[in-house]
Design a protein around this ligand. Structure first.
Ligand code: CO8
Length: 259
């Protein structure tokens, strides 16, 4: 595999960190960047040393959207038949370990959608979220009209999609789009602390928790509760369940083996 050019990839302990790195275009998401991001996520997901992933951008921009210059001349056949733009955008949903978005600056259009595809969003106090596609004569195309209302409700989702206005970090937290807001200079520390906490738990339970919460958005309540119940029961087959509960009873720290 070739060295990526539009992202930076590193590890912090068992956390895989991917930094979107196309500063001159505010991390506008073009085909190459999305390919590199998808490949990096898949590699971390398959790496037994990795327990959790973080996607972040720069102080000024998480990502200012899909690459408008690249899209400007696309035809219907380009985007529908040849699947330009949207190709590779669902890769992140196939990742089974947790992915946290650490967002500072602009998360607009495809950038907001990318953040929403992550399992949760930690925002710096300078973060700005929006779906401004309407200003370009299009609509969101990577789940914005579907994930935003699930996160913030119809009223705000309609407001953002129809007016194209931005929402600041505090409004986004009040609305439920982001799990926490932290000072800009603490964004990576806080996000890595959360990621390292997750890495300290038993991976089978972490993966099951992610799968079960995601199921809440795909099913009715009774089916979702049954799905959860099956995973809950299954975790009693793990060595880590025995270890976790024995450690609690013995008043010591658990040593999980991800089995
Ligand atoms: N695409 C391409 N280039 C961009 C983008 C973008 N989305 N955003 C910013 N840039 C470039 C600018 O053109 C500029 O380049 P240059 O210096 O060469 O002129 C550079 O980044 C810096 O940008 P600005 O000078 O505009 O910086 P400002 O601080 O003045 O403004 C803003 C920052 C407000 C973020 C402004 O850049 C802006 O409005 N950007 C566009 C935001 C937008 O409309 N995003 C939605 C794009 S459409 C989309 O995402 C559809 C997604 C569909 C999903 C796709 C697949 C599933």
């Amino acid at each position: 595999s070739t060295t990526p050019e539009m992202i930076l990839v590193r590890t912090e302990g068992r956390v895989g960190v991917i930094t979107l790195n196309r500063p001159k275009a505010l991390n506008a998401l073009n085909e190459q960047l999305m390919n590199e991001l998808g490949a990096a996520l898949k590699a971390f997901d398959a790496d037994p040393e990795i327990g959790c992933m973080v996607i972040t951008g720069s102080e000024k921009a998480f990502a200012a959207g899909a690459d408008i210059g690249a899209m400007a001349t696309y035809t219907f056949a380009d985007v529908y038949v040849n699947d330009y733009i949207t190709r590779n955008w669902e890769t992140i949903r196939s990742v089974r370990k947790p992915v946290i978005a650490a967002v500072s600056g602009f998360a607009l259009g495809g950038g907001c959608e990318l953040a929403m595809m992550c399992d949760f969003i930690i925002a710096a106090d300078n973060a700005k979220f929006g779906q401004p596609e309407i200003k370009l004569g299009i609509i969101p195309g990577a789940g914005g009209t579907q994930r935003l209302p699930r996160a913030v409700g119809k009223a705000k989702a309609m407001d953002l999609a129809l007016t194209g206005r931005m929402m600041d970090a505090l409004e986004a937290e009040r609305a439920g789009l982001v799990s926490r807001v932290v000072p800009l200079d603490k964004l990576m520390d806080e996000t890595l602390a959360a990621a390292l906490t997750i890495c300290g738990f038993s991976l089978p339970s972490v993966m099951a928790a992610k799968e079960a919460v995601n199921r809440a958005f795909e099913s009715g309540l009774s089916d979702g509760v049954m799905f959860e119940r099956r995973l809950f029961h299954a975790l009693f087959a793990t060595a880590d369940q025995k270890e976790g509960m024995a450690a609690f009873v013995e008043k010591r720290a658990p040593v999980f083996t991800n089995t």
